[in-house]
Design a protein around this ligand. Sequence first.
Ligand code: UD1
Length: 344
Amino acid sequence: MAKILVTGGTGYIGSHTVVELLEDGMEVVIVDNLSNSEREVVNGITSITGKEPHFEEVDLRERNATYGVFEKHPDISAIIHFAAFKAVGESVEKPLEYYENNLLSLIHLLEAMKKFSVNHLVFSSSCTVYGEPDELPVTEKAPIKNAGSPYGNTKQICEDILQDTMRSIKGKGVISLRYFNPIGAHPSAKIGELPLGVPNNLVPFITQTAAGIRECLSVFGDDYNTPDGSAIRDYINVVDLAKAHVTAIRRLLNQKQKSNFEVFNLGTGRGLSVLEIIHAFEKSTGQKLNYKVVERREGDIEKVYADTAYANSELGWRAEKGIEETLQSAWKWEMNIRSKNNRT
Ligand code: UD1
């Protein structure tokens, strides 16, 4: 049975991926420093799958502690690297923390891969590397644009580090997965996204508004060059996204790569506007949403959605879940955490 190291495995996308790996019959070692997640997530994963992942509370900025994980688990055959800071706004305020955390963690993992002869890594990247794209839908060949934030820049630099490292190390393979906008939660509502404080992202803000925790959702701009004037994104169900990681791991383990650094877009191929998301949420959950249109948010792009042809044909993966089912899962999760915390 393949043993997979999942960094950031108690985080949002990480935890959903751990579930899919366990359900696919793989063994999982989670490494997380719990800086933006809770130990309890491991219980949610175990409750869904009936299998318990290993859990190591380790900060990947510490090289020796990172090596310690590989000493304890000498049979790790591949890594999925999620652990990173990811808030765009915060990265503008604390750039050095973002560069230190996101770059150093990757460097330590790559050093460990060399030292402990681990050959495969899947990297958690973002469509943010394309900036405001010239052509839609966005293919993997679209040019990398100037990063809009230190966060976005760390993703670009990490991809550069991976590409350079793969040139110098023979026999190892990396797949970088560029996510569009992951949303929703596991249908069991036992795991999901746990934003700390006021959410920056659209869907957690919507569910918290519907739950009465936020008074009103601000729609950032209705004067974009889009059919209804609000900005367009490619929203992908987090479970669909998680499954793509299992596919990528299998591709690496079965040595199906065409080169030792590959990139895939993970999206649905369909762009939806902010207003369309609001209406789909209202329709699928029966909740009325209080919202108002305000100024554009600084740094936002107008529209971006994926060309998924390459991931479909080459990876053999496609997003399956529809937007209404996905928004319902986000709402079910929101209600579940509220009832647990007894906050409503
Ligand atoms: C951003 C980042 C992306 C990052 C992701 C996760 C950019 C260009 N992209 O995506 O790299 O991986 O966050 O943190 O910075 N919106 C509202 N009201 C709200 C919140 C959002 O109208 O209260 C709108 C936004 O203006 C945008 C859309 O909803 O048009 C999606 O926003 P969000 O969920 O924050 O994701 P992105 O900005 O697309």
